[in-house]
Design a protein around this ligand. Sequence first.
Ligand SMILES: Nc1ncnc2c1ncn2[C@@H]1O[C@H](COP(=O)(O)OP(=O)(O)OP(=O)(O)O)[C@@H](O)[C@H]1O
Ligand SMILES: Cc1ncsc1CCO
Ligand SMILES: [Mg+2]
Length: 272
Amino acid sequence: MSGWEGSGAPEHLLRALRAEPPLVQCITNYVAMNIAANVLLAAGASPAMVSDAAEAGEFAGIAGAVTINIGTLSAAFLDGMNAAILGAQAAGRPWVLDPVACQATRYRREVVQMLVAQRPAIIRGNASEILSLAGEASHGQGVDGRDTVAAAEDGARRLAQSSGAVVAVTGAVDYVTDGQRAVWIEGGSPFMPMNTALGCALTCLCGAYAAVTDDAFDAAVGALAHFAVAGARAHEGAAGPGSFAPRFLDALALVTPEALAGAVIRDASVPA
Ligand SMILES: Nc1ncnc2c1ncn2[C@@H]1O[C@H](COP(=O)(O)OP(=O)(O)OP(=O)(O)O)[C@@H](O)[C@H]1O
Ligand SMILES: Cc1ncsc1CCO
Ligand SMILES: [Mg+2]
């Protein structure tokens, strides 16, 4: 099918987001901070990189959503993450988890399990990270995915069922599931994984979409469709990852709700 039907379709969410730009509190890594903020601004949202525990919980009370990324994990970041999650939960706002390189060290494996237990609305990671979270063998090399998204399909569905989160697995073709509903999303560009932190930025955009709908599945599909359409457009005329990067920011901003309606989204739901 082409396009996700109904009021939760990406084009409707993008219209809502542009009409009232959501404030998204991003606790992300040092590599991603600037890239993710620019991605959110281009897409139409309002980023704030607020992570210290002294204010992260209070700030979460005024944000539309919180996003948490363990890319450059430290004790100080972790304190801020826990404060922000408590603040988001007290305010009834969703939070999104990016389990960067969670397969790599015991510290990351333990921290990410503790975070998953705090009920993120969405978990967005590459296939190697999602396989590890699902308890399966992962071939991830540090922060880079080395597994196919198809290999993580079953694990993603089980992880969604056990955690209660919508799970979004990204790669050449993306997969999103809430444990029952599922879609494949096509598009993007092979230059995307050659630009650092675009996945981290996408996690922040999942927060922006989650701020404008109560349905975390629709939010994840909307954010990933926005990246897929903008990435494919930016690929046209790009000579490599360097010239791709500014075209991608332009494309994120120039994508219209009507263009998002043309995103290639294939239903893969398990029959009830
Ligand atoms: N080969 C590819 N072709 C098309 N799009 C791709 C490809 N690989 C990744 N993407 C897209 O790039 C974006 C980021 O996904 P990716 O899986 O690379 O994240 P990641 O590994 O977490 O990145 P990072 O940790 O560097 O932020 C997604 O929108 C995804 O669809
Ligand atoms: C390169 C890198 N190292 C830690 S986080 C990060 C950004 C991509 O995940
Ligand atoms: Mg990543």
